[in-house]
Design a protein. Structure first.
Length: 190
């Protein structure tokens, strides 16, 4: 995956119901899901692979301090316009140039599967957390053959964390449509 590819996708990225969260039901479902697993605001969140900033917007609206990172300059441009009060950095989520030991939450949605070394990336992500920090991953194993199964992702997280919970996300309310592939949430608190 290249910067040029994602820069080219940026203008249409929010058209998918789960990307733009324009449908109030989809947005409410993601809000409820995330607030259920995140520490209370104003916790500090690193949104890795933030894309056009939709999750950053959602969490900022709830009082969280969010720093977004994406390797697509065009995605970051859109994110800055969408959430001017947040901090955004153009950078590689595989090795984020963010301050270590300074975030209460590392959030990543549909990013870990694309890392050339997901285990290494995840280890670096955990280093961003303060003691007691939370890892929140939304991943999937898509019908295209891309992605990580929940079992694969759980193994990766267990290599660097002890507490790992997996929650399937099959309900169409999260995606704005019926899905036939495996999608899930992983939360790790230590």
């Amino acid at each position: 995956m290249t910067q040029e590819l994602w820069d080219g996708e940026a203008a249409r990225f929010d058209e998918e119901p789960d990307h733009g969260l324009a449908d109030p039901r989809v947005r409410a479902a993601w809000r409820e899901l995330l607030l259920e697993v995140l520490p209370s605001a104003p916790a500090r969140v690193a949104d890795l692979g933030c894309g056009a900033g939709t999750m950053t917007r959602l969490l900022t609206d709830e009082g969280y301090g969010v720093d977004g990172l994406d390797f697509s300059p065009e995605m970051i441009r859109l994110a800055r316009a969408k959430v001017p009060e947040a901090e955004f950095v153009v950078g590689d989520a595989a090795d984020p140039a963010l301050e270590t030991s300074s975030y209460d939450v590392v959030l990543s949605r549909h990013v870990l599967w694309a890392m050339p070394d997901p285990a290494g990336a995840l280890a670096r992500w955990v280093n961003l957390l303060v003691p007691g920090g939370v890892v929140v991953l939304v991943e999937g194993n898509w019908s295209t053959g891309a992605g990580l199964t929940a079992a694969e992702c759980e193994r990766l997280v267990r290599a660097v964390r002890h507490d790992v919970r997996v929650r399937p996300l099959f309900d169409r309310v999260y995606w704005g449509k019926a899905i036939e592939d495996e999608r899930y949430l992983i939360v790790s608190t230590r």
